[in-house]
Design a protein around this ligand. Structure first.
Ligand SMILES: Cc1cc2nc3c(=O)[nH]c(=O)nc-3n(C[C@H](O)[C@H](O)[C@H](O)COP(=O)(O)OP(=O)(O)OC[C@H]3O[C@@H](n4cnc5c(N)ncnc54)[C@H](O)[C@@H]3O)c2cc1C
Length: 291
């Protein structure tokens, strides 16, 4: 989150002054950032922004609510998207970097989630929050472009997260299958278990190669929207399949909290949802194919 959705857009779209003020502490780990695009009425349809930013002298005044914001309770900085010209639709969206400690910003209660519980999620409310105009990312109206370019990179991060969860599901299941005995032999001797492990391993390798390809293209500054979406779509769905198989291999022990198998299942699910649901990834991929 901090690196891919906060540092990356500041580096790419911020001025030198903004980079020095915000990027240096964020990149060095002294401060933590969050990313505010989603709103109660703007989820998959991120262009439907209702948070407003109104120019007033050398600053903007922000009003609105961002919800489901990862890390918000601990964040020092937010990259936030607003509507500066409603008549222009998504071409009226503008992004800003904002110090969370500046006035007019408050938080909702941390959400009670199914998984990823080590990362707190809350809404961020702007009430006449004054932001210096120099904190704008790009020009007025560039915000949608900034958000989509940022998500192209972020989705590689989610693919990598999903890959890690899938790998943990497989490694835990493999260790358990070697240890657990039924009918007088380790359950890994049963072909049904071996085939589940083989499928998990094959899908993990495929997800890893898709993720590396997208990352390689980003590093070389090649257009990578389709490849990032493919990596995120495949890795997240592979993680869910691996987590389900991981529980199955653990039998009843996979369903109780003593073993991490059920946690992998709960953690994997979010990778099919945030930074664009699987349905939205399929839209991005097919739109690029048919372009
Ligand atoms: C734990 C968590 C952390 C998050 N962190 C952040 C964050 O840090 N910053 C941030 O900005 N957001 C964050 N989000 C928000 C997340 O990105 C959105 O929840 C997600 O993009 C989906 O939006 P939505 O929840 O409004 O669902 P909706 O957009 O309402 O979607 C509901 C369903 O409709 C489907 N759907 C919608 N449109 C279409 C379409 N055109 N075609 C086909 N199907 C469609 C969706 O795929 C989904 O199945 C987070 C969410 C969660 C749960």
């Amino acid at each position: 989150m901090n690196n891919s959705l906060v540092c990356d857009p500041i580096l790419r779209f911020g001025t030198e002054e903004i980079r020095r003020e915000f990027l240096v502490p964020l990149a060095s780990g002294r401060k933590l950032g969050c990313f505010g695009l989603t709103e109660p009425g703007a989820g998959s349809d991120a262009g439907a922004q209702k948070t407003t930013a109104v120019r007033d002298g050398d600053s903007y005044v922000l009003n609105g609510t961002k919800n489901f914001i990862t890390n918000a309770p601990h964040a020092d900085t937010i990259v936030v998207f607003t509507m500066t010209d409603k008549a222009k639709g998504h071409k009226g969206i503008t992004g800003f970097v904002v110090d969370m400690k500046s006035g007019g910003i408050s938080l909702g209660k941390p959400e009670k989630k199914m998984g990823i519980k080590a990362s707190p999620t809350a809404s961020v409310i702007f009430e006449d929050a004054r932001v210096p105009a120099k904190n704008r990312l790009g020009e007025e109206g560039d915000g949608f472009k900034v958000a989509l370019a940022t998500l192209d990179g972020g989705r590689i991060g989610i693919a990598a997260q999903a890959l890690g969860i899938a790998r943990a599901s497989m490694e835990d299941a493999m260790a358990y299958a070697k240890d657990r005995k039924q009918f007088g032999q380790p359950i890994c001797d049963f072909q049904a278990i071996q085939w589940m492990l083989a499928d998990m391993a094959t899908e993990i390798e495929a997800a890893r190669l898709l993720t590396w390809r997208a990352a390689w293209m980003k590093d070389r500054k090649m257009r990578h929207s389709r490849e990032s979406s493919m990596a995120k779509l495949y890795a997240s769905e592979a993680a869910m399949r691996a987590a389900v198989k991981g529980i199955q291999i653990h039998g009843g022990y996979g369903y109780i909290r003593e073993y991490p198998a059920e946690r992998h299942f709960r953690d994997a699910k979010i990778t099919e949802i945030y930074e664009g649901t699987s349905e939205i990834q399929r839209l991005v991929i097919s739109a690029d194919l048919l372009r």
